[in-house]
Design a protein around this ligand. Structure first.
Ligand code: HEC
Ligand code: HEC
Ligand code: HEC
Ligand code: HEC
Ligand code: HEC
Ligand code: HEC
Ligand code: HEC
Ligand code: HEC
Ligand code: HEC
Ligand code: HEC
Ligand code: HEC
Ligand code: HEC
Ligand code: HEC
Length: 442
C-alpha cells in the first residue's frame, strides 16, 4: 500500500464526511450514498472482508458516473488498482494475471469472505486456474497439504523463476534446514542434489514415497542413469546385491555421502554389510568375506587400498563372479594370455611369457621362470588361483594355504626363504626354488 496515497484517500474521505456532516450538497457524494440502500446493492459492505473504499461507501472512487446511474466501464482494472496501491509487477518474474492487470481474477473489488477480498482461500484460489492434479497424489507435501502455496510462491511477482521466494535449493532449505546442514559437510554430493531437489522430488505431491517422481529405490535412478538400465538388462552375471528390497539404495545414498560414488559406507564395509555370511549363487556357495578379511592379515594391494571394484563390477558383469575381466574359474586351463587379463590389468604380463629370466619375476629357480613353467602350458596350465588368493591370506605373496580342487582343499604348503621358497603341495613332492643359486630338485 502506498502510504501517501492511502492517507490522502483517507483525508479525502474525512473532508467529504465533514462536508456531508455540515449539510452541503455534493452531487457525487449523494450518488455514492444512494448506491447502498434498502433497495439497491444492499449486501455491499456486509461481507467479512470489505475493501477500504467500500467500507466508507465510496463507490465513485472507481465507478465514474456519466449520467444518472450510468458509469464509465472499467476497462483497465490494473491501472485502477494502481491508482491507490503500489505496483505489484516490478520484479523480474510476474504472475500472468498480474502482468495483464487482471487483479480482479483473484481479488473481489468490493468484498469477500476471504482475507484480502480474495475469491477463494489458500490453494482453492490457485486451483481456480491451475490443474488440481499438480497437488494430488498419495503423498502430499506438508505445506501443500495445509494449502500453503504462498509459503513458497508469491502470488504476484518474484525475483526468482516460478514465482518462488527463493532460488534453487534454497527454496527447500528454508524449511529443511537439517538437510542443508547435513549436506554441507559431505565430501560427495550427488550432482542433481547440488542443482535441483525438484529434479527428483515434486515440490507438491506425488504417488511415490517422499513425493519422488518415480519409485526412489531404482526406477528414479534409471530415469537419468538410463545407460545402467540398458546395460543391467544385458549382462550375464547379475549381482544379488542389486536385488535386495532396497535395490540401488542398499549401497548408495541418494543425496550426499562421505564415501566415493555416494556409497552408504566405506567401500569394503559396504560390501561386507551383506558379505558377512556365506551366500548362495548360481555358481555355488561363496565365502563369508568379512570373516576372511578378519582372519587373513595380508591383504592384496587393491583391498589394502580399500577397493573391491578394481576387480569386481559391483553392478554385475559378463564374467564369473562379476569380475571385470574373464578369470578362469578352474584349476587347470590351457595357456592363453586372455585368461589373465584381470590380473594383467595391474601386473606385468611378462611374468608368464618368457621361459628364462633373471628380472621379470621372483618366482624363478635361477633363471628358470616358474610362472612360465606352471602357467604357460598348452594343456593343464595352472591358473593363478592354483597358488594365489585374490583377496587375502596369511602367507607372503598371497599364496594360499589350500586351493579348492574338486571337493578337496588341496594344500599348497608354501614357505618363503630369503632368495626363494619351497612348496609341498598336494599335487607333487616338495620343490625348492632359489633365484641366486638354482636348486636341483629331484
Ligand atoms: C476499488 C474500486 C471499486 C469500488 C470502490 C467499487 N467498485 Fe464496483 N466494481 C469495480 C470493478 C473493477 C468492477 C468490475 C467487475 C470485476 O472486474 O470484477 C465493479 C463492478 C461493479 C458492479 C457490476 C457487477 C459486479 O459485481 O461485477 C456493480 C453493481 C458495482 N461494481 C457496484 C459498486 C458499488 C455499489 C460500489 C460502492 C459501494 C462499488 N461498486 C465500489 C470496482 C470497484
Ligand atoms: C481509491 C483507492 C483504492 C483503489 C482504486 C483500490 N484500493 Fe484497494 N484499498 C484501498 C484502501 C483505502 C484499502 C484499505 C487499506 C487498509 O486496510 O490498510 C485497500 C485495501 C486493499 C486490500 C487489502 C489490503 C490489506 O492489507 O488488508 C486489497 C487486497 C486491495 N485493496 C486490493 C485492491 C485491488 C485489487 C484494487 C483494484 C481492483 C484496489 N484495491 C483498488 C484503496 C483502494
Ligand atoms: C493470482 C491471484 C492474484 C492476482 C491476480 C492478484 N493478487 Fe493481490 N493478492 C493475492 C493473494 C493470494 C494475496 C494475499 C497475500 C499473498 O499471499 O501474497 C494478495 C494480496 C494483495 C494485497 C494485500 C497484501 C499486499 O501484498 O500488500 C494487495 C494490495 C494486492 N494483492 C493487490 C493486487 C493488485 C493491485 C493486483 C493486480 C495488479 C493483484 N493483487 C493481483 C493474489 C492475487
Ligand atoms: C486467474 C487465474 C490464475 C490463478 C487464480 C492463479 N494462477 Fe498461477 N498462473 C496463471 C497463468 C495464466 C499462468 C501462466 C501459465 C503459463 O504460462 O503456462 C500462471 C503461472 C503460474 C506459475 C508459473 C510461473 C512461471 O514463471 O512459470 C506459478 C508458480 C503459479 N502460477 C502459481 C500460482 C499460485 C501459487 C496461485 C495461487 C496463489 C496461482 N498461481 C493462481 C493463472 C492463475
Ligand atoms: C514447498 C514449496 C512449494 C509449495 C508449498 C508450493 N510450490 Fe508450486 N512449485 C515449487 C517449486 C520448487 C516449483 C518449481 C518446480 C520446478 O522447477 O520443477 C513449483 C512450481 C509450480 C508451478 C509451475 C509448474 C510448472 O510446471 O511450471 C505451479 C503452477 C505451482 N507450483 C503451483 C503451486 C500451487 C497451486 C501450490 C499450492 C497448492 C504450490 N505450488 C505450492 C514449490 C512449491
Ligand atoms: C514451508 C516449509 C517447507 C518448504 C519450503 C519445503 N518443505 Fe518439504 N516439508 C515441509 C514439511 C512441514 C514437511 C512434513 C514433515 C513431516 O511430515 O515430517 C515436509 C516434508 C518433505 C518431504 C518428506 C519427508 C518425509 O519424511 O516424509 C520431502 C521429501 C520434502 N519435504 C522435500 C522438500 C523439497 C524438495 C522442497 C523444495 C522444493 C521442500 N521440501 C520445501 C516443509 C517444507
Ligand atoms: C537424485 C534424486 C534426488 C534429489 C535430487 C534429491 N533427493 Fe531427496 N530423496 C531422494 C530419494 C531416492 C529419497 C528416498 C531415500 C530413501 O528411500 O531412503 C529421498 C528422500 C528425501 C527426504 C526424506 C527422507 C530423508 O532423508 O529425510 C527429504 C526430506 C529429501 N529427500 C529432501 C531433499 C532435498 C531438500 C533435496 C535438495 C537439496 C533433495 N532431497 C534432492 C532422491 C533425491
Ligand atoms: C535427475 C537425474 C538423476 C537422477 C534421478 C539420479 N542421478 Fe545419479 N547422477 C546424475 C548426474 C548428472 C551425475 C553426475 C554425472 C555422472 O556421473 O553421470 C550422477 C552421478 C551419480 C553417481 C556417481 C557419483 C560420483 O561421485 O561419481 C552415482 C553413484 C549415482 N549418480 C547414483 C544414483 C542413484 C543410486 C540414483 C537413484 C536414487 C540416481 N543416481 C539418480 C543424475 C541423476
Ligand atoms: C551392492 C552395492 C551396489 C548397489 C546395490 C548399486 N551400486 Fe552403484 N555402485 C556401487 C559401487 C561399489 C560403485 C563404485 C564402483 C566403481 O568405482 O567403479 C558404484 C557406482 C555407481 C555409479 C557411478 C559409476 C558408474 O558405474 O557409472 C552409478 C551411476 C551407480 N553406481 C548407480 C547405481 C544404480 C542406478 C543402482 C541401482 C540399479 C546401483 N548403482 C546399485 C555399488 C552398488
Ligand atoms: C545388499 C547386499 C549386498 C551387498 C551390499 C553386496 N553384495 Fe555381493 N552378493 C549379494 C548376494 C545376495 C549375493 C549372492 C547372489 C548372487 O549374486 O549370485 C552376492 C554375490 C556376490 C558375488 C558372487 C557373484 C556370483 O554370482 O558369482 C560377488 C563377487 C560379490 N557379491 C561381490 C560384492 C562386492 C565386491 C560388494 C561390494 C562392492 C558386494 N558384493 C556387496 C549381496 C550383496
Ligand atoms: C584383485 C582382484 C580382486 C579384488 C580386489 C577383489 N576380488 Fe573378489 N574375487 C576375485 C576373483 C579372481 C574371484 C574368483 C576367485 C575364485 O574363484 O577363486 C573373486 C571372488 C569373490 C567372491 C566369491 C568368493 C567365493 O567364495 O567364490 C566374493 C564374495 C568376492 N570376491 C568379494 C570381494 C570383495 C568384498 C572384495 C573387496 C573386499 C573383493 N572381492 C575384492 C578378485 C578380486
Ligand atoms: C586393480 C589392480 C590389481 C589387480 C586387478 C590385481 N592386482 Fe595383484 N596387486 C595389486 C597391487 C596394487 C599390489 C601390491 C603391490 C605392492 O605392494 O607392491 C598387488 C600385489 C600382488 C601380489 C603380491 C606382489 C608382491 O610383490 O608382494 C600378487 C602375488 C598379486 N598381486 C597377484 C595378483 C593376481 C593373481 C591377480 C589376478 C587374480 C591380481 N594380482 C590382480 C594390484 C592388482
Ligand atoms: C604354481 C604357483 C603359482 C602360480 C600358478 C602363479 N603364481 Fe604368481 N607367484 C607364485 C609364487 C610362489 C610367488 C612368489 C615368488 C617369490 O617372491 O618368491 C609368486 C609371485 C607373484 C607375483 C609377484 C611378482 C613376481 O612375479 O614375483 C605376482 C604379481 C604374481 N605371482 C602373479 C601371478 C599371476 C598373475 C598368475 C597367473 C597368471 C600367477 N602369479 C600364477 C606362485 C604362483
Amino acid at each position: 500500500m502506498k502510504k501517501i496515497t492511502v492517507s490522502l484517500v483517507i483525508t479525502f474521505f474525512a473532508v467529504i464526511s465533514l462536508v456531508v456532516f455540515f449539510g452541503s450538497s455534493v452531487s457525487a457524494q449523494a450518488q455514492t450514498e444512494s448506491c447502498v440502500s434498502a433497495k439497491c446493492h444492499i449486501t455491499m459492505g456486509k461481507d467479512k472482508f470489505v475493501h477500504g473504499p467500500i467500507a466508507v461507501g465510496d463507490c465513485i472512487a472507481c465507478h465514474v458516473p456519466t449520467s444518472k446511474h450510468k458509469f464509465t466501464p472499467i476497462t483497465n482494472v490494473g491501472a485502477l488498482c494502481y491508482k491507490c496501491h503500489d505496483r505489484v509487477d516490478t520484479k523480474k518474474g510476474q504472475h500472468k494475471p498480474v502482468k495483464e492487470g487482471n487483479c480482479t481474477k483473484c481479488h473481489d473489488a468490493h468484498q469477500s469472505p476471504f482475507k484480502f477480498q480474495l475469491r477463494a482461500d489458500g490453494k482453492n484460489l490457485c486451483i481456480m486456474c491451475h490443474d488440481k492434479k499438480i497437488i494430488e497424489g498419495k503423498f502430499v507435501h506438508g505445506p501443500v497439504a495445509v494449502g500453503g502455496c504462498s509459503m513458497c510462491h508469491n502470488s504476484h511477482q518474484a525475483d526468482f523463476p516460478k514465482l518462488l521466494n527463493a532460488t534453487g535449493n534454497d527454496a527447500c532449505f528454508q524449511c529443511h534446514t537439517d538437510k542443508a546442514e547435513a549436506f554441507k559437510g559431505k565430501k560427495f554430493v550427488h550432482q542433481p542434489v547440488k542443482e535441483k531437489c525438484a529434479s527428483c522430488h515434486s515440490p507438491h505431491a506425488g504417488d511415490f514415497k517422499y513425493m519422488l517422481k518415480k519409485d526412489g529405490l531404482e526406477d528414479l535412478c534409471f530415469d537419468c542413469h538410463k545407460d545402467k538400465k540398458d546395460w543391467l538388462a544385458k549382462i550375464k552375471v547379475k549381482h544379488g546385491g542389486l536385488e535386495t528390497e532396497k535395490k540401488c539404495m542398499a549401497c548408495h545414498e541418494p543425496h550426499a555421502s562421505d564415501y566415493v560414488k555416494n556409497l552408504v559406507r566405506q567401500p569394503i564395509e559396504s560390501c561386507n554389510m551383506c558379505h558377512d555370511k556365506p551366500l548362495d549363487t548360481q555358481d555355488g556357495k561363496i565365502i563369508d568375506m568379512k570373516e576372511t578379511l578378519a582372519k587373513n592379515k595380508s591383504y592384496h594391494g587393491p583391498i589394502k587400498q580399500g577397493d573391491c571394484s578394481g576387480c569386481h563390477n559391483t553392478h554385475g558383469s559378463d564374467y564369473y563372479r562379476i569380475l571385470r575381466k574373464y578369470f578362469p574359474p578352474v584349476f587347470y586351463a590351457p595357456y592363453n594370455l586372455k585368461n589373465y587379463e584381470l590380473c594383467f590389468n595391474c601386473h606385468e604380463k611378462t611374468i608368464v611369457q618368457d621361459a628364462k629370466t633373471t628380472t621379470l619375476t621372483g618366482f624363478r629357480n635361477g633363471d628358470e621362470n616358474l610362472h612360465f613353467v606352471h602357467v604357460n602350458k598348452e594343456v593343464k596350465g595352472r591358473t593363478c588361483r592354483a597358488c594365489h588368493d585374490a583377496h587375502a591370506t596369511n602367507n607372503p605373496k598371497h599364496i594360499r594355504d589350500a586351493v579348492p580342487f574338486g571337493a578337496w582343499g588341496l594344500p599348497v604348503g608354501f614357505t618363503k626363504t630369503q632368495n626363494g621358497g619351497a612348496c609341498l603341495p598336494g599335487c607333487h613332492q616338495k620343490f625348492d626354488y632359489d633365484r641366486i643359486k638354482a636348486v636341483k630338485n629331484r
